[in-house]
Design a protein around this ligand. Structure first.
Ligand SMILES: Cc1cc2nc3c(=O)[nH]c(=O)nc-3n(C[C@H](O)[C@H](O)[C@H](O)COP(=O)(O)OP(=O)(O)OC[C@H]3O[C@@H](n4cnc5c(N)ncnc54)[C@H](O)[C@@H]3O)c2cc1C
Length: 619
């Protein structure tokens, strides 16, 4: 087995930290714990057996382009058929359209596991999910009827076409043109680059969602419209018609996710059976395309955050297994001979840092998914509003922090392997290569940080961030009430052993989380005080602020996890999972939470280096 779904930690996170019971109750449907467990087990069987073995195959035998057609890696088509037959695409979409109507909080672990099995494979369903979500929210009834059921059952797949050579982070520069035809349709011409699964042989049709400009549209983001452009035109009865004028000119050669075809797409090169210009259909109103695309982008940003959790989990599992087997060097306290490297304190530090970061990112992501569900389902309007604000605040944190963390975790995974990790056959290097795209696509970390600071923090005067900080402080108080003073924070040779005791772990968490929350609040105060007058100083610290939020939110949930474990242990449980979770939380306190102070300082130093940054870089 190359990857095992961490069902125990997933369940713990769902029930103890994210509040799945509350979400299921608010949903009011048939779903209950039993059903969710059955779904997660079935999902685990599928991804472990059908998808995980493809991870390496996609890496070593990437999709092949020939005359505009793309043959995916061996085994991908069969696995995709199995994915479609299992109904996995529709897990969190409405039953009315052929989905299973489950909360995002149930979809999240299924998506995480699919991505851990193979990031490259999972990108196709990830983007199709976003297309479904966008069409359900802003498509016409006819568009929903024609496209959504077939996207949901895997007959067709979806893509997201934003990027052009001159328009990456800055979509105001999109130049693809869309000319109205007088019959309600448009003809598109232009070039899109880096389009994931823009061409492939997994399904019979591909539904591209494309950003383009109509004649006379205003410049900038206010002049962008959203179009559906099917690879094959679709009749009113859903039957496939003529080949549309959208063509894959080439595939990119990439650092990682080799199994995912990244296409250059040409619109309107005049080769199609349907005449010159790709036939497209407007979604919603003209010039509101970017606003609509944000529906898809937000869904995709969250999903890419989960990809970060996924690759971290897989890299951790692989390093963990290797460290038990590789024998090298004597233990510092003395041993009869060389020991497994897992017995060296520094390897233990690396493994536990990997595990702690992974579990913290998972917890923050699931907590955000629950907020998404409660924003829709909670009976109380004020609670719905509060949950929506929390979800929106957390999306850039989940995306930015989990993906930057995935790069760190995958890199540590190589370090645990030593030189073997740098050799491709081991597989550890692939995790790092695959992870490296995650902080770039769907908006780079800087773009997430701009969103977190500008739209999600400054716009409401820091209200959402402060409310979350208030909840963190309540957890710090709870830790203070149960932890024995002095047990875990002492330096010296007994500190490690002391931290193995539940109360010592809580004591360590109490101090470290308290300091991290204080650091988070100081950074927030600084940003709120200075952003209006000195925006450059504030935005110089936007990424450190995002990373600080990630560290603090992760620490908060690790502390909540530790408190839950302590309660169960106090009730007499001797479940080794609880002790392991406590140890992981203690290691998060030891190795990750102290970063908060440095990140907060970096945010606040923006004022001091503002001028230096500009003068040094722009000569
Ligand atoms: C493998 C792969 C798959 C992809 N899949 C898709 C897809 O399916 N559909 C699609 O439309 N696109 C896709 N993309 C494109 C991807 O979303 C862009 O590459 C990404 O948004 C960054 O744009 P860019 O590459 O033009 O970089 P740039 O925008 O040129 O950014 C370069 C650097 O400048 C920084 N920067 C830019 N603007 C700002 C700012 N305002 N503030 C602070 N820093 C800034 C960035 O953070 C980055 O560090 C994919 C890309 C890759 C590599």
């Amino acid at each position: 087995m190359t990857y095992t779904v961490p069902l125990r930690d997933i369940r713990f996170t769902l029930y103890e930290l994210a509040g799945l019971d509350q979400v299921l109750q608010a949903a009011g449907g048939e779903a209950n714990r039993e059903l969710v467990d059955a779904i997660l087990e079935e999902n685990a069987r599928f991804v472990e057996n059908a998808v995980a073995p493809l991870n390496r195959v996609g890496d070593t035998r990437p999709p092949a382009w020939k005359d505009g057609a793309v043959a995916t890696s061996p085994g991908y088509a069969e696995a995709f058929r199995e994915f479609a037959r299992g109904g996995w695409q529709g897990l969190q979409h409405p039953q009315q359209w052929g989905g299973q109507g489950l909360p995002k909080l149930v979809g999240a672990p299924a998506s995480e596991s699919l991505n851990a099995a193979s990031l490259a494979f999972s990108l196709c369903p990830l983007l199709t999910d976003g297309v479904i979500e966008a069409l359900l929210q802003v498509g016409s009834e006819e568009q929903k009827r024609l496209y959504v059921p077939r996207l949901m059952d895997g007959t067709w797949t979806g893509t997201m076409n934003l990027t052009e050579p001159q328009a990456g982070s800055d979509l105001a520069l999109v130049a693809t043109r869309a000319a109205p035809q007088g019959d309600g349709s448009y003809r598109l011409s232009g070039q899109k680059i880096f389009i994931t699964y823009g061409e492939h042989d997994l399904a019979e049709n591909i539904i591209h969602l494309v950003l383009a400009r109509t004649p006379g549209a205003p410049a900038g983001v206010k002049g962008i419209s959203l179009f559906i452009v099917p690879k094959f035109l679709v009749g009113a009865d859903g039957a496939l018609g003529k080949r549309n004028d959208v063509w894959c000119a080439s595939l990119e050669h990439k650092l990682g996710i080799h199994g995912s075809p990244t296409a250059v797409l040409l619109y309107g090169s005049g080769q199609g059976e349907a005449g010159e210009g790709a036939v497209g259909y407007l979604v919603g109103e003209e010039n509101r395309g970017l606003e609509y695309m944000f529906i898809m982008m937000n869904a995709a940003r969250y999903a890419v955050g989960l990809q970060g959790v996924a690759v971290s989990e897989r890299a951790t599992q692989q390093a963990w297994a290797y460290a038990q087997e590789r024998v090298q060097g004597r233990a510092p306290e003395g041993s009869d001979g060389p020991v497994a490297i897992a017995r060296h304190p520094d390897v233990q530090r690396m493994l536990m840092t990997m595990r702690a970061l992974t579990e913290a990112c998972r917890a923050t992501a699931y907590y955000a998914a629950a907020a998404h569900d409660l924003a829709r389902l909670h009976p109380d309007e004020a609670e719905r509003r509060r949950s929506r604000a929390v979800y929106e605040y957390l999306v850039p944190v989940v995306k930015g922090f989990s993906t930057e963390t995935a790069v760190e975790v995958a890199s540590l995974g190589i370090q645990v392997h030593g030189g073997t990790g740098y050799i491709e056959e081991t597989g550890a290097a692939q995790h790092l290569r695959d992870a490296r795209i995650l902080p770039i696509y769907e908006g780079t970390t800087a773009i997430q940080a701009n969103d977190l600071l500008g739209r999600k923090t400054l716009r409401d005067g820091g209200a959402t961030a402060r409310a979350l900080i208030g909840e963190m402080r309540a957890t710090v108080d709870e830790l203070a009430a149960v932890a024995q003073p002095g047990a875990g924070r002492q330096a010296g040779p007994d500190a490690g052993q002391a931290a193995g005791h539940p109360d010592a772990a809580l004591q360590l968490l109490h101090g470290a989380l308290g300091e991290a929350v204080q650091a988070y609040e100081s950074a927030l105060d600084f940003l709120l005080a200075h952003a209006a007058e000195r925006p450059r100083a504030a935005f110089a610290g936007s990424v450190p602020y995002l990373m600080l939020a990630g560290v603090a939110h992760g620490g908060w949930h690790m502390a909540r996890a530790a408190l839950a474990c302590r309660r169960r242990l106090a009730e007499g449980s001797d479940d080794p999972f609880l002790a392991a979770k406590l140890a992981t939380a203690a290691c998060y306190a030891a190795y990750v939470l102290p970063r908060a102070g440095a990140l907060s300082a970096a945010v606040q130093h923006g004022a001091a280096v503002e001028a230096a940054l500009a003068s040094a870089v722009i000569a």
